[in-house]
Design a protein around this ligand. Structure first.
Ligand SMILES: N[C@@H](CCC(=O)N[C@@H](CS)C(=O)NCC(=O)O)C(=O)O
Length: 203
């Protein structure tokens, strides 16, 4: 049984839970982080004091994208962890790209979702929204050429940005039309693991 520690309103925890469900892995999740705090047992597993962390047999692992790669390699087989380096790298690149994207989106996300109106830094939020939109236009350009970030089929490369796309398309910001990204976001919504674990109210 896979054990996942982390509160579900975390982008990085959502990735792991959603992917575990895509792979039909039996798991249990414990709320940790944010309002739930972290006890000494947890901090002994993850000295970075962040979520998520997993335990699976002989491995304890943190860093959400490393966890996704571990799950794909362990449980996914060729379908989710292709041997062809080109095919694998097609999606893998978007997993690293997500880390930069997350930094850009953070101020507008935290501003709207976790900051009272009177304490919001509207200049920083507007800058963050503009940077997020510029990045999403790049993703949109890729999706004009391929149905999924992983290439011809949905895959691991769609997971990290799939989580952030829900936030992007839910935040109350003025967005230009991004037809390919919107089509892809719509397709993600028909995946049960995405609907259940990612499309929850932002908090
Ligand atoms: N690079 C790490 C980042 C993890 C991270 O920043 N987690 C945030 C939540 S998304 C966190 O633990 N925040 C502190 C908390 O929840 O108490 C990963 O991808 O796992």
């Amino acid at each position: 049984m896979l054990t996942i520690w982390g509160r579900l309103n975390s982008h990085n925890v959502k990735k792991v839970v959603w992917f575990a469900e895509e792979l039909a892995i039996d798991y249990r999740r414990h709320d940790v982080g944010g309002a739930f705090g972290m006890d000494a047992d947890y901090l002994a597993k993850n000295p970075s004091a962040l979520v998520p962390t997993i335990e699976d047999g002989r491995v304890t692992l943190w860093e959400s994208n490393a966890i996704l790669r571990y799950l794909a390699a362990s449980y996914g087989g060729e379908r989710w962890w292709p041997a062809d380096p080109v095919l694998r790298a097609t999606g893998d690149r978007w997993m690293d790209w997500q880390a930069d994207y997350a930094e850009m989106q953070r101020p507008v996300f935290l501003g709207h979702v976790r900051t009272p109106e009177e304490r919001r830094d509207h200049v920083a939020m507007a800058k963050s929204a503009a940077a997020s939109i510029a990045r999403m236009a790049i993703l949109d350009g890729f999706l004009q050429q391929a149905p999924w970030l992983s290439g011809g089929d949905f895959g691991i490369g769609d997971i990290p940005m799939g989580v952030y796309a829900h936030t992007f398309f839910t935040l109350p910001i003025d967005r230009p039309a991004l037809p390919a990204a919107e089509r892809w976001y719509g397709a993600l919504q028909s995946r049960p693991g995405y609907a259940a674990n990612v499309m929850i109210p932002l908090s």
